[in-house]
Ligand binder design. Structure first.
Ligand SMILES: Cc1ncc(COP(=O)(O)O)c(C=O)c1O
Length: 456
């Protein structure tokens, strides 16, 4: 059983609407983000648990003989957790409400979310155009894994140039892929412009919104068709779980159905196609029914619960983390030992227009900066830190630091690294919720180590 969200039932604005727009008690006033993050999708019934119950079970018993048949025929009720589970459903409904989507599908990791999304769109002979400024796992999935199944790809480096995207689209292209806010260089995607190009060709724009989070940016509102997240990051927030999610904007248009023949093919006993049954939700319906359960990318209900718990504080964490990150980025930008800071919140960002348009409420917690002294300086800086944890992860409540050139971007050529904003002296920070004075103290320790090491 899946709960479908009416996109008009949720106000996707970040702040709760103010009394200027709606008088208190006005029935037309809809719930704001922070209210939805704790209430959307809940099924509070008298005498049942107030917190989301964890249905930690492989299967569900059928209460009568015919229930088994109606489940297998019409998908009614729950039967097996690889296909559907009430804990997972509740969290999916909440994420769909926060992204302003019609439906969400939770899977076992962020990688699984991108894999399932793309496997629902492309077939052998198909083609994907992706931003080159994407997580290395996304790049590898498209360039290495999908290519083994006959899906070719092209990567766009200058993602701010709409013509660069347009020029790479071919008749067999089935998806455009990008990150709303990129890791590592904090590139801000012009979602509306790239979505328009995708739609000119009848294909979807898939946006990885992990770094921005639905609190700061909701790509579906700007024309994206599918949103994916590594839920392991900001959505969970506590750094204890791996998970991923796909959210569908519900805009599949049967007029372009011929590009996606698997959605039009008759299926099952009634012979109705996915497009006939699911209409605008056809992409995610196919992902839920045919791709995720068969490729087996199931999320544990326990992990779904932890992601749901994390989401209840998402707005508070991201607001604090964005504020901390801005202070840290400004402080680093003023140090002589620092060549550059790539943060969308700084006036020095190459596209302040896009940052202002798409991220009016904050610029996220993850950014890179480059030390003058190259890799040796980066090593000295990392080794001096005490509050920042040295590890490969982002979006945690704790502050984290990583040296991309020797870790996340080690598979790229030096030229590709440079184009991605990754130099020998570059460090990536994921700023947490700690007291900002303690974070600045720690960064000052790093700078002092660099100064000593280089006699500056
Ligand atoms: C932007 C982005 N997308 C996707 C992923 C993959 O997510 P996961 O590690 O949950 O598979 C990551 C992981 O670091 C990421 O940073």
């Amino acid at each position: 059983m899946t709960l479908f969200i009416d996109p008009t039932s949720a106000d996707t604005r970040r702040e709760d609407p103010t009394p200027e727009g709606h008088a208190p008690g006005d029935p037309a006033r809809r719930q704001g983000f922070s209210t939805r993050q704790v209430h959307a999708g809940e099924r509070a019934v008298a005498g049942t648990p107030r917190a989301t119950p964890i249905y930690l079970t492989a299967g569900f018993s059928f209460d009568e003989y015919d229930a088994a048949e109606s489940h297998f025929r019409d998908g009614e009720g729950y039967a097996y957790t690889r296909v559907a589970n009430p804990t997972i459903d509740t969290v999916e409904s909440r994420i769909a409400a926060l992204e302003g989507g019609t439906e969400a599908l939770l899977v076992s990791s962020g990688q699984a979310a991108m894999s399932v999304a793309l496997l629902s769109l492309v077939s052998a002979g198909g083609h994907v155009v992706s931003s080159a400024h994407v997580y290395e796992g996304t790049r590898g999935l498209i360039a290495d894994n999908l290519s083994r199944f006959g899906v070719t790809s092209d990567f766009v480096w200058d993602i701010g140039d709409p013509d660069a995207w347009r020029a790479r689209i071919r008749p067999e292209t089935r998806a455009l892929v990008a990150e709303s806010l990129s890791n590592a260089r904090n590139e801000v995607l012009d979602i509306a412009a790239i979505a328009e190009i995708a739609h000119e060709h009848g294909i979807p724009l898939v946006v990885d919104n992990t770094m921005a989070t639905p609190y700061l940016l909701r790509p579906l509102e700007h024309g994206a068709d599918l949103v994916v997240h590594s839920a392991s990051k900001f959505l969970a927030g506590q750094g204890a779980v791996i998970g991923g999610v796909i959210v569908d904007g519900g805009r599949f248009d049967a007029a372009h159905g011929a590009l996606f023949p698997h959605l039009l093919a008759p299926q099952g006993p009634g012979g109705a196609s996915v497009a006939e049954r699911a209409g605008g939700r056809a992409w995610i319906a196919y992902a839920r029914e045919t791709v995720a359960p068969r490729f087996g990318s199931t999320l544990s209900p326990f992990n779904a619960f932890l992601i749901g718990q994390g989401i209840e504080t998402l707005s508070l964490r991201v607001e604090r983390q964005s504020a901390n990150a801005l202070v840290a980025a400004r402080w680093l930008e003023e140090r002589d030992e620092v060549v550059s800071v790539d943060y969308a919140g700084l006036a020095s960002h190459p596209r302040p227009d896009l940052a202002a348009r798409y991220l009016p409420d904050g610029h996220g917690a993850v950014f890179t900066f480059t030390l003058r002294g190259g890799q040796a300086a980066a090593r000295g800086f990392v080794e001096a830190l005490r509050t920042f944890t040295h590890m490969t992860h982002i979006g945690d409540v704790r502050s984290l630091v990583l040296h991309p050139a020797t870790t996340s971007h080690v598979g790229r050529t030096p030229a590709e690294q440079a184009a991605a904003g990754v130099h020998p002296g570059t460090l990536r920070l994921s700023v947490g919720i700690e007291d900002v004075a303690d974070l600045l103290d720690d960064l000052a320790r790093g700078i002092a180590a660099v100064r000593v090491g280089f006699g500056s």
